[in-house]
Design a protein around this ligand. Sequence first.
Ligand code: AN7
Length: 367
Amino acid sequence: MAHQWRGVIREYADRLPVTEATKVITLGEGGTPLVHAQKLSELTGSEVYLKVEGMNPTGSFKDRGMTMAMTAAVEAGAKAVVCASTGNTSASAAAYATAAGLKCAVLVPEGKISMGKLSQAIAHGATLLQVDGNFDNCLDIARKLGESYPVFLVNSVNPARIQGQKTGAFEVVDSLGDAPDIHVLPVGNAGNISAYWKGYKEYAAPFESANGTLPAVSTKTPIMWGFQAAGAAPFVAGHPITEPDTIATAIRIGNPASWDTAVAARDESGGLIEAVTDDEILDAHRWLSSKEGVFVEPGSAAGVAGLIKKHAAGEAPSGKTIVITVTGHGLKDPQWALRTEDGSDVQPVKVPNDVVTVAAELGLEEN
Ligand code: AN7
């Protein structure tokens, strides 16, 4: 029977803080593909899957949390929402605020967000301010605005965001039939690793819902592997980084808001949070597009870069099931695809309007 996916709140309502009466703000987020990564599986000897979060309505995983945060904003009677962002949160907040009929203000680090994300926030009518500072400075201001001014904060310090984002873990288990052995993902502000861990734990134990106890869905929880960009790797340093720097602007974050929950996810799962260089990120970005057929933005490739690195070091197991969340779409920040490995720009070949020349250029001989 045909079934139209209803968005993560309605699909997982009994595991989220909502009721039948809740006015749900949704754009149909979630239900994203879990793609078997053939070449990564061949490389590692494990079954590797990609959770392709670029397929969400605004092109990133942020929509899972934003449907919850915007629903909570409407429930609280808010008239305006605010967020700090490296780009994807602002794109998502702007779209969901539009759906909710709320005003939206977004604070982004000047010059450090991709064109695609900037365009989305503007297109959806948000008031976008470029702050002379980094993401961490933006988040400080957004938090203060939320505390002392009549605006509702929709960053992941709002627990509603984590609630929505945990549905990513539910979908992985629902697709595979059980939790994977290892779950890999990029780490920036650390909300997503916290949310996945929460989701996996909730699915592995009986759950007290408003309609009674739900049985456990999975038999286990995965080991969580997080990867940060080397120039913005506070979890690796063990302390906040005041001047984070990486070409992966999405994860250019030095003082993660969800510090404690991310450390708990790492340690309770027996996992790790390590760093990958910008070159490793770009290599993984190229691997995904050229070998797997999946186009992501650079920050989203950090998890894949991490798995490739661990494999090269002999530290990745074989014979396991590994899921990597690729968090945002390649069209967000497409310029990186046009750079070759040696750093020069790709120049598409120009040809005259003539089939013989085109065939020759393609190396084709006439039948
Ligand atoms: C593509 O949009 O923080 O560790 O303000 O856009 O949960 O922060 C984005 C983060 C990974 C890191 N991949 O996730 C923002 C923002 C992509 C991202 C992350 C982000 P978290």
